[in-house]
Design a protein around this ligand. Structure first.
Ligand SMILES: [Zn+2]
Length: 447
């Protein structure tokens, strides 16, 4: 496109040396504008494509991608077709895109959700490594594509049981990110192979990733170098990105920090407000890989009040934010695929959460999952919920609940499990440099 007024400027240039510099500046700025336009344009094309994926996966027709539904099967077929279109090879058994597995009716997550058993499938694609010394190893990039179906026991809004829970952020966002990473990397030549896996059965207790790590395709478990998980990356706010699992290998923090500071995004770095914390345990598919001693990273744009509710819809998704996560995660996947040195796995025992006496007591808080030492920081409170009524607010750090000292989310879960809905408890909180006490009447989870 020729910028308007170019001819007139060229006339002035002939007349005066001062104008020469002006023209040069103008030309430079037009060139920069053109480059910026192209970059922005590419970004917005990617954002539109990502949003299209989210809208397909989170459409009512997909039935909330619930276990055993045709909607989930459609979503799996959509993922396989996107992998094929991107130019990847099938990575499943016998040259298939699909790794089918059976879930027995007495699987804990299934019984809890009132579902009967059946089969479901992971979708697996591979981009072959090019380095003879490294290509026997794989980097797994994964995201779960199932969700809660029509709500029920695993949802937080029992009043909405029966209505489709679209799970736009959880985890159409991560699935769309996975597909966009696949499109971006398909043209690259990684040293190690990169295996892309869309997991099923995550919401029922990371079933798909557990099955995968017990029955890995297309390469054995020993060949897995690291795993990158995208679960809930659709609500980027203030550039805050969580990278959980960073302590699963000694080198990961340095790698993430240096990519964030100087990696791509036209070499200005990705510039996230990066919150890297935690071992490899956590309530998503990366934990299955950590359990078999693999370094893991879980990218996450944090909790919000629509989490596990029927209101988690596509119109609340930050698609350009997903593309930013894609840029960063793709760079990380390539860095992992090309790294010659090994990663130093750091083992931490699985945290013990008491499973006995799981109660349905709720305080109505939205914890900040990036982790605050010595307490549970709140990124928000549910409007009208017990915490809000008691006077707690975003930014408060809970340090005690009843007789329980709270240093982390596990303590908080245990403390709530030790109470019943309707109990009155004292909540101790740090707000700024003050320690405050509030009296809350616990509610019922989901109400
Ligand atoms: Zn979920």
């Amino acid at each position: 496109m020729a910028p308007p007024g170019t001819a007139g400027v060229r006339d002035n240039y002939r007349g005066s040396p001062g104008a020469h510099r002006y023209v040069a500046m103008l030309a430079t700025s037009l060139l920069l504008a053109a480059v910026a336009f192209t970059a922005q344009d590419t970004g917005s094309i990617a954002a539109a494509r990502v949003l299209e994926d989210v809208k397909y996966l989170a459409a009512d027709e997909r039935e909330g991608r619930g276990f055993g539904t045709p909607g989930l099967a459609d979503a799996g077929a959509y993922v396989a077709e996107a992998f094929r279109t991107a130019g990847l090879e099938p990575g499943g058994p016998d040259g298939s895109w699909f790794q089918e597995f059976t879930v027995s009716a007495d699987a804990p997550g299934l019984a809890h959700a009132g579902l009967s058993g059946g089969t479901t499938r992971n979708v697996v694609a591979v981009l072959r490594g090019r380095d003879p010394a490294l290509r026997g190893q794989v980097v797994v990039v994964g995201a779960h594509y199932d969700h809660l179906g029509r709500g029920g026991a695993n949802a937080l809004d029992p009043d909405s049981t029966g209505s489709v829970h679209n799970g736009a952020d959880d985890n159409a966002s991560g699935t769309a990110a996975l597909l966009e990473i696949a499109r971006r990397l398909a043209a690259r030549e990684p040293g190690r192979s990169i295996v892309f896996v869309a997991f099923s059965g995550e919401e029922l207790g990371v079933l798909g990733s557990s099955y995968y790590t017990q029955n890995p395709v297309p390469a054995p478990v020993d060949s897995i170098y690291a795993m990158v998980n995208l679960d809930m990356v659709g609500r980027l706010r203030d550039d805050k990105l969580l990278a959980l699992g960073v302590e699963s290998a000694a080198e990961l923090r340095g790698l993430l920090d240096s990519l964030n500071a100087t990696g791509a995004a036209s070499n200005g770095g990705h510039r996230f407000d990066l919150r890297a914390s935690g071992d490899g345990w956590g309530p998503s598919d990366h934990a299955s890989f950590y359990a078999v001693h693999k370094p893991v990273i879980h990218f996450f744009t944090d909790l919000h009040e629509d989490y596990h509710r029927a209101t988690d819809d596509w119109d609340r998704i930050n698609a350009p934010g997903i593309v930013r996560v894609v840029d960063y995660a793709a760079d990380l996947a390539m860095a992992l695929a090309n790294r010659t040195a090994p990663l130093t796995f750091v083992d931490v025992p699985r945290p013990q959460v008491s499973t006995s006496g799981r109660s349905s007591a709720s305080l109505g808080t939205i914890p900040d999952m990036s982790g605050t030492p010595g307490g549970v920081r709140l990124s928000g409170v549910r409007a009208g919920g017990p915490a809000a009524v008691a006077g707690l607010q975003a930014g408060d750090i809970i340090i005690g609940l009843g007789d329980h000292t709270i240093a982390n989310l596990y303590h908080m879960t245990d403390a709530l499990n030790a109470h019943q809905p309707g109990d009155t408890v004292v909540v101790r909180v740090l707000r700024g440099d003050q320690e405050l006490e509030f009296t809350a009447v616990l509610g019922r989870r989901g109400s």
